[in-house]
Ligand binder design. Structure first.
Ligand code: 5GP
Length: 130
């Protein structure tokens, strides 16, 4: 069965898109730790990060770098934190999170955003994506 994220890539489930190329897709996390919390995924469904080939892994990191730079330009923050977990959704995703303190990297503290805020954040990051 297709993962939630495969359905997002196909458009079956809506998302706040931030960036895309032929191999990867970046969109806002729907339950963000902080404003601008973004997920970067390979369009090809793979469960675990280290099941990707080394080449795919490196291309994912390369794409994530450009997305992180765009987030950094858009959202005032101390730095961009990066994490890969995958216990909830079995489709590789890199969390890129604008952080100011350690608690922003804990997945227990969540930001509540309106639809308008999600749209404006996604548009802002997309505009800064190289
Ligand atoms: P993990 O698998 O790394 O533990 O976390 C999965 C992440 O995906 C969570 O931060 C969760 O909020 C996010 N997520 C789960 N379902 C959806 C969805 O349908 N849309 C979006 N944009 N994010 C989702």
């Amino acid at each position: 069965m297709a993962s939630i994220f495969t359905k997002i890539v196909s458009g079956e489930i809506p998302s706040y898109k931030v960036a895309e190329n032929e191999e990867f897709y970046a969109f806002l996390d729907i339950n963000p730790n902080a404003k601008g919390h973004t997920l970067v995924i390979p369009k090809k469904e793979e469960n675990k990060l280290f099941d990707l080939s080394k080449e795919e892994y490196n291309r994912l990191m390369d794409f994530s770098y450009d997305v992180a730079k765009a987030i950094e330009k858009t959202i005032p923050c101390e730095r961009i934190g990066m994490s890969v977990i995958g216990l909830e959704v079995p489709h590789v995703h890199v969390h890129l999170i604008p952080i100011n303190e350690m608690d922003d990297m804990r997945f227990t503290r969540k930001a509540k955003l309106s639809n308008e805020e999600f749209v404006s954040l996604a548009e802002g990051i997309a505009a800064n994506f190289a």
